[in-house]
Design a protein around this ligand. Structure first.
Ligand code: DGJ
Length: 729
């Protein structure tokens, strides 16, 4: 496995356990072309797939039709302005006002391991786990070096890519586009898989047929967003959940993105992923470099399930870091839906007391504990404890909670500033704004200009000093509005186009500092629910609040989309009160528990006020969490049936790595008259093992369970669920 260069053929072969990726160096000009990506091949002689032996032929054989070549060749990293009219990955603006770029291979390095990306989140792996190729290219006319990075993993079918661009000339050059990856694949009647959403309904799966022209998803909001997700997959027309070709690209980044698939005149699909070129312009002085964020590519011949397995493994083993990487998370109770802004020390202690008696392990104090914040109109930036609410101070509250045997967690929204705050009075220029325009408010707040060092310094110190003042073991880092009115009071006019990206780098720097100073802290990212649920944030926090929608039924599809590309261990999921605060639906407490079990598991309710029969179920749910969480967190996840598709029931399962244990979750959303039971074919078990089902008589062979299936009796009523626990004998 790993990466090899075949000098005679001028071919690079990148192998993962089940896939091969082949790059060819072509013609006298050393064009870098993409030859193959798909099921693993023994052979490396696949350079011919770059089609250089066919008309319009390479420029050395056919100079008169150079443009036809440039517009047909499958470039690894296509450039703008010289005759490739498809979507490009790089363009510039020179002193002379020109935009063209041309890249030729000049050399390469292949080595074990994987380099870090300075200031950026990225997947990682040891020398035994990864191999890296650096393909060095140059544009002689621009005096620019472009290094294409590719890293393969020994244990998962993923290739990580990024690009580093260096200005080797004397004059500054402006990068106006610097994407992270491009993939050229012959069309297989592809469908484009994307995830779309809104507040409270994030990451809903969407398919559309790939047509001629360009189609894709983007964000210009300064965050990965509720609306679109930095992920695209090309699913072959005949591919299913279990079989067929699927190519996915996921962006390890938390800001503006651009993800596109373009079917061209030759029926080849070019997919690209990177920072959105809209409002992006990065000045490179002599000797300076720009490092793009990482994009990860996955190929599966085993349908969507194969893609899911590879990405889950990648993120669990090679992206998430820190103490909680492989550890069970404490069951928390968060007071947001319980009290909103209306709380004080006494109320919180009351909640904590009852919660601790029921087995809940951590109290999280959400928004409203600082400044004069009694609603969402004020005080962001004033991170000092409101002692009118928290009489006795923060440390007193934390000590009281700790005395109950519980951990304590706290909410911050560090990136924001309220116009009505002491911070804004002192530093109105710290808000992102365009001079001469009153910046637009969202939730009555502005965004702090984190591209500025002094702003980052102040922000960090104000939250770190709160964390240093008491035994705080968890932080929920929220971000409740997108960016707008893009302007920094500090950046020069020709660097304003750097603000979006510098902002994201600022967020990353702050979170890196935080987890370095507080290595035992459990950090949960959040953005008005799940507007910044992306692989970039996962590098800093092992879990992210999935959605502000805590309704068990809405969560089925939100969690289905999320779990298609993220491990279950990352999905912040809580049991909340009914009627649900977002949709007004009433579901059984038991079902709410089953659905939250697929994520980090916790509570978001006033335990002192919920009905006694619900409260009585909490100790059982706590037991259920402790019994199954190792399996849920570490097991392989399989989608069996989707409520979004069949409109009646949802079913998924997790299987332990050794295949000796499995848990099936079945949620009947709407009961179906005259339908006694449903047949469910299980997945991921060992054909050769025999399994028993907890609470039932009998032994089932693994192959029987997967090929013939089991019958699940329809529960009586809507919104009912069941867990089915299987153990190998
Ligand atoms: C949005 C979050 O998603 C909620 O859980 C809550 O923390 C609020 N913000 C608080 O303002």
């Amino acid at each position: 496995m790993g990466i090899e260069f075949f000098e005679q053929d001028r071919v690079f072969k990148l192998d993962t356990p089940k896939s091969s990726y082949i790059i060819g160096i072509v013609d006298e000009e050393n064009f870098v072309g993409h030859a193959y990506y798909g099921k693993k091949c023994r052979d490396h002689h696949l350079g011919y797939l770059c089609r250089t032996g066919e008309a319009p032929f390479v420029p050395s054989k056919n100079a008169r039709d150079r443009l036809s070549f440039l517009d047909a060749f499958p470039f690894e990293y296509p450039t703008h302005g010289l005759g490739d009219y498809r979507e490009s990955c790089i363009s510039v603006r020179t002193k002379g006002g020109h935009s063209a770029v041309s890249l030729s291979y000049t050399g390469h390095k292949i080595y074990k391991g994987k380099p870090k990306l300075s200031g950026l989140p990225a997947t990682f792996g040891s020398e035994g786990e990864c191999t890296t190729l650096e393909l060095i290219c140059e544009d002689k006319a621009l005096n620019m070096e472009v290094v294409l990075y590719y890293s393969t993993f020994e244990d998962t079918d993923v290739i990580a890519r990024s690009v580093k661009i260096t200005n080797k000339g004397k004059e500054p050059v402006y990068l106006t586009r610097a994407l992270s990856a491009c993939l050229e694949i012959d069309n297989q009647d592809f469908e484009l898989l994307t995830m779309h959403g809104s507040w409270a309904r994030e990451r809903k799966i969407q398919y559309r047929k790939v047509g001629y022209g360009k189609q894709g998803v983007t964000s210009e909001r300064g965050e990965s967003s509720h609306q679109d997700h930095p992920f695209i997959a090309l699913k072959a027309g005949d591919a299913t959940q279990e079989r067929g070709d699927v190519y996915g690209i996921h962006f390890v980044y938390s800001g503006n993105f651009f993800a596109q698939a373009e079917k061209n005149q030759f029926d080849v699909v070019r997919a690209v992923m990177g920072i959105n070129p809209q409002d992006f312009c990065w000045k490179l002085e002599e000797g300076e470099s720009f490092q793009t964020p990482e994009a990860v590519m996955v190929y599966s011949s085993e349908g969507l399930d194969g893609m899911t397995t590879s990405l889950h493994k990648l993120y669990r083993k090679h992206l998430i870091r820190g103490e909680y990487k492989d550890k069970k998370r404490p069951i928390l109770i968060n007071n947001w839906e319980a009290t909103y802004f209306d709380f004080n020390t006494e109320k919180l202690i009351q909640i904590a007391k009852q919660a601790s008696e029921l087995g809940i392990e951590m109290l999280v104090m959400d928004d409203g504990w600082f400044g004069r914040r009694n609603d969402d109109n004020t005080s962001l930036g004033d991170w000092t404890v409101n002692e009118e609410k928290l009489n006795g101070g923060l440390n007193h509250l934390v000590e009281e909670v700790n005395k109950l045997g519980m951990k304590f967690g706290i909410w911050f929204e560090p990136e924001m500033i309220s116009p009505d705050s002491e911070l804004y009075k002192a530093h109105p220029d710290w808000a992102i704004a365009v001079p001469g325009r009153e910046p637009g408010r969202a939730r009555n707040q502005y965004v702090l200009d984190l591209s500025r060092k002094e702003v980052r310094e102040h922000t960090y110190e104000s939250i770190a000093s709160v964390l240093r003042s008491a035994n705080i073991e968890y932080v929920k880092w929220d971000m409740n509005r997108p960016l707008s009115d893009i302007g920094s009071m500090e950046l020069d006019a020709d660097r304003q186009g750097e603000l979006f990206h510098r902002y994201v780098l600022g967020v990353y720097e702050l979170q890196e500092r935080l987890i370095t100073e507080f290595p035992h802290l459990l950090l949960e990212n959040c953005s008005g629910g799940g507007a910044r649920f992306d692989p970039g944030m996962l590098y800093y926090s092992p879990q992210i609040w999935c959605s502000d929608d805590t309704d068990a039924i809405e969560r089925l599809s939100i969690q289905e989309g999320t779990a298609m590309i993220y491990p279950l261990s990352t999905m912040g999921a809580h049991v909340s009160d009914c009627p649900n605060h977002t949709v007004g639906r009433v579901t059984p407490f038991e079902t709410r528990g089953y659905v939250a079990l697929a994520g980090t598991f916790g509570y978001e309710l006033d335990v002192t006020k919920i009905p006694q029969e619900d409260r009585d179920q909490i100790p059982e749910q706590v037991k259920m969490y402790h019994k199954y969480n190792d399996l849920v967190r570490e097991g392989e996840y399989y989608r069996i049936a989707s409520y979004s598709v069949n409109h009646e029931y949802d079913c998924y399962m997790v299987v332990s790595e050794d295949k000796r244990e499995a848990l099936v979750t079945f949620i009947q959303v709407l009961n179906r008259p005259n339908c006694k039971s449903r047949k469910i074919k299980l997945k991921g078990l060992s054909e050769g093992l025999d399994y028993t089902i907890e609470g039932e008589e009998g032994v089932y062979a693994g192959d029987t369970l997967m090929n013939a299936g089991i019958l699940i009796e329809n529960p009586w009523g809507d919104f009912k669920g069941r867990l089915i626990h299987l153990t190998a004998r």
